[in-house]
Design a binder for this molecule. Structure first.
Ligand code: SF4
Length: 476
């Protein structure tokens, strides 16, 4: 039986890095996600009769020598690691370590944000310990390779041809039926490692029911590279929920772009969760336009306590520029609906969209104050290569830093606008966090709404992480 070792590489500059499901960037808050993309491939490995193990070097904060020891111990045929475009070169150390252990180990990297990696052929040419870059959704091409299909016959690869030249076989086909990948596996991970600022119970984990988004915002990986939207079947998700229930997990973050985009799926899932008496508490992401009384009531009955809404901006022109296909009024209505039903709400806000000025940033911050959500994030938009946003900035000569290691939502922006200095944008974002979270009114509200000692501890850890990031950390 072939042995597959799945690795989430170490973080970057002391912070764990989010790589799952096309995400990237260092963690803003006290969070630790399980390596879900690897868990999906583990599920596919199970139905293909492979032996696998998963090494979460990211959250375990393992050194290269510790990773080397783990590879020696497991003695795999393949080492497959997850990456994301800003960390692509750094993450390739995993391939180097694998080849150091045994040159016959095959190495490959996967990412749902892979299409943002610049100059992949040139990079593979230099990274001589990396055998394959899987270009697009990884599961189908990777399994073909493992099963011995010749690389030249596998769609979705960069690889070395016989004469050493780098060959490309095109973008990998999307998985039409997500159930064909089996069921994501949680059992080989240390479940106590994972945490989410929104959790009210622990241990927690991530579950993802779909891929892609119905929208295509100009900067978004999911919108640009992961569509069309595909959902797993209810039975397939239930199998995963039974598995995690048996592992003692009590809290779930549904990581879909917008769980209730498919209303029927979401209602059926909620009803099935109630019928099975899972008693999970959970949160999910949603587009504001997908929310109404009926769906929120159903979700709440099934254990949903928090809905995170991609709000982005309070300015109608900026929303239009980014292709959000929602208005500030839609977003306000969605936020108010969630609050009306007694659920907590997280607003994802984004600064630096095309047309941003100091005034529009203030408008968005004031909107957050007026909506007064339980949680808010103030991200700086990242121009991921390959997206329409990146192409436009590039064409307009507004990209000032093409060093991809800087493309982090927490770092100085890598672009400039005539009306907005990048340093001002960055400083405003950091001060928005400080002003929102570290004011007496907000702190008092958090204290009066505490539901458990676990939530209190989580809040303290989260506050200290944010203080380190937004008061003391120097700008990169
Ligand atoms: S709605 Fe959200 S997930 Fe969908 S494309 Fe826009 S930013 Fe991406």
């Amino acid at each position: 039986m072939k042995k597959i070792m799945l690795v989430d590489p170490p973080g970057f500059m002391g912070n764990a890095v989010g790589r799952i499901l096309g995400s990237f960037g260092s963690n803003k808050a006290d969070q630790a996600w399980p390596p879900y993309d690897l868990q999906v491939f583990a599920g596919y490995s199970v139905i293909n009769g492979l032996d696998y193990t998963i090494l979460d070097a990211n959250n375990l904060k393992l050194s290269d020598s510790q990773i080397e020891a783990e590879i020696r111990k497991y003695d795999p045929d393949w080492v497959i690691y997850m990456t994301c475009f800003p960390n692509f070169v750094i993450d390739a150390k995993v391939a180097l370590t694998a080849k150091k252990v045994n040159r016959s180990i095959k190495t490959a990297c996967i990412s749902l944000s892979m299409l943002s990696v610049l100059d992949p052929a040139e990079k593979l040419g230099k990274l001589t310990d990396l055998d394959y870059i899987i270009w697009g959704e990884p599961e189908l091409p990777l399994m073909q390779l493992i099963n011995g299909v010749k690389p030249s016959e596998v769609k979705g690869l960069y690889f070395r041809g016989e004469n050493g030249s780098i060959e490309f076989t095109g973008i990998a086909p999307k998985v039409a039926n997500l159930d064909a990948l089996g069921v994501p596996q949680h059992s080989k991970l240390n479940t106590s490692l994972y945490k989410c600022p929104l959790s009210i119970k622990k241990p927690m984990t991530i579950v993802n029911c779909s891929r892609g988004c119905i929208n295509a915002c100009v900067h978004c990986q999911a919108g640009n590279f992961q569509s069309p939207v595909r959902y797993r079947s209810i039975d397939n998700v239930l199998e995963e929920l039974h598995q995690i229930k048996a592992l003692g997990i009590k809290e779930i973050k549904f990581y879909d772009c917008s769980l209730p985009t498919d209303r029927e799926f979401t209602k059926n899932l909620c009803n099935a969760m109630i019928e099975n008496s899972f008693n999970f508490s959970w949160n999910c992401n949603a587009r504001a336009e997908m929310l109404d009384d009926d769906i929120i009531i159903t979700m709440k009955k099934a254990g949903c306590h928090t809905i995170a809404i991609g709000c982005e901006s309070a300015n109608a022109d900026l929303l239009k520029n980014m292709g959000k296909n929602e208005t500030p009024e839609d977003i306000e209505r969605g936020v108010k609906l969630v609050k009306k039903h007694g659920l907590r709400v997280l607003m994802y806000l984004t600064f630096g969209l095309e047309g941003e000025t100091k005034e529009t940033m203030r408008e968005t911050y004031d909107f957050a104050i007026r909506m007064y959500p339980d949680f808010v994030t103030f991200g700086i938009v990242v121009p991921a290569p390959g997206t329409a946003f990146y192409k436009k900035l590039s064409k307009n000569g507004q990209l000032i830093n093409k060093n991809l290691e800087w493309l982090d939502p927490n770092a100085l922006p890598s672009f400039k606008y005539p009306e907005l200095d990048p340093k001002e944008l960055h400083a405003f974002t950091r001060s928005a966090y400080r002003r929102y979270y570290f004011n007496p009114g907000y702190i008092l509200r958090k204290i009066t709404r505490l539901r458990s000692a676990n939530e209190l501890l989580g809040n303290i850890r989260n506050a200290s992480t944010m203080m380190m990031r937004y008061f003391f950390e120097r700008s990169k």
